[in-house]
Ligand binder design. Structure first.
Ligand code: NDP
Ligand code: 8X3
Length: 248
């Protein structure tokens, strides 16, 4: 196989696990994120060719120049995994912090757009490709105190539907994976490094792990050309909906 997957947020959690899993089934990996040391560590873990690209998805110019710098042999991207994202803070809307709001909208929504804008033309030129956006159960149901994070993931859901409509005639598959609670660095980031608070999110039930999502993505990208798993909600067995697990 000589396929290429471009993964945003490959330095941790779902993105890291998917980079490793896709490499194991033969993909060459373009791994992106802000943390250079993590990109180096990922390179050590993967035996397939891997190209690290360090940029912040909020920085439009950095996104453009990183993708423009791809050597010709790395430009035939088969899979784009739009995964980079996080929640920042959790609380009632009236107590919301504008910087947190900006981070979530700039990273989860605008960052996804900036990266997609640079990669879609490469896919259109080949009339082929598969874009997988990581949404969330929080993009399907709003939970108390989730307000702006949920809004960012509702936006990912709308963008996925829009991309699928617009890119269908270009031979590009567009899919969305909507996980429930997955134990990653997600809660640590949400609670600004408070590990104890982050751990309480996963106490008393078995959450998903990043590998569960990676396994699903491997399944999605290995379906025949005529099959698109357009949207998948994947929950821990212990979670019935976005609202039934206490998050703090
Ligand atoms: P992690 O915190 O473990 O990983 C987040 C990844 O996003 C990191 O690789 C991080 O890289 C990257 N990232 C964050 N901000 C930026 C930025 N400004 N520029 C570039 N990269 C960035 O969390 P998860 O693996 O859990 O999250 C991955 C995706 O899954 C997110 O979109 C999240 O919303 C979604 N999700 C997570 C769920 C969960 O319960 N964990 C459930 C449903 C959806 P770096 O810091 O190196 O830049
Ligand atoms: C992450 C899952 O339920 O904490 O998207 O919002 S949740």
């Amino acid at each position: 196989m000589n396929k290429i997957a471009f993964i945003t947020g490959a330095t941790s959690g779902i993105g890291w696990a998917t980079a490793v899993a896709l490499a194991q089934v033969g993909y060459r990996i373009i791994a992106t994120g802000r943390r250079a040391d993590r990109l180096e560590a990922l390179q050590q873990e993967i035996t397939q060719p891997i190209l690290p690209l360090q940029f912040d998805v909020r920085d439009k110019q950095a996104v453009k120049s990183a993708i423009a710098s791809l050597p010709p042999e790395w430009q035939q991207i088969d899979v784009l995994l739009n995964n980079a994202g996080n929640a920042h803070g959790m609380g009632p809307i009236q107590d919301g912090d504008e910087l947190d709001w900006e981070m979530m909208l700039d990273i989860n929504v605008k960052g996804l757009l900036y990266v997609s804008k640079e990669i879609i033309p490469l896919m259109i030129s080949r009339q082929s490709g598969h874009i997988i956006n990581i949404g969330s159960v929080a993009g399907k149901e709003v939970y108390a105190n989730g307000n702006v994070y949920c809004a960012s993931k509702f936006a990912v859901d709308a963008l996925t539907q829009g991309m699928r409509l617009d890119l269908n005639k270009e031979g590009i598959k567009v899919s969305e994976v909507n996980p429930g609670l997955v134990q990653t660095e997600f809660s640590e980031v949400r609670f600004k490094g408070d590990k104890e608070r982050a751990e309480t999110v996963y106490k008393g039930y078995q959450p998903l792990v990043a590998q569960d999502i990676a396994d699903l993505i491997v399944f999605m990208v290995t379906r025949p050309a005529h099959v698109n798993l357009a949207e998948i909600l994947i929950l821990p067995t212990a979670q019935a909906s976005a609202t039934t697990v206490k998050k703090t």
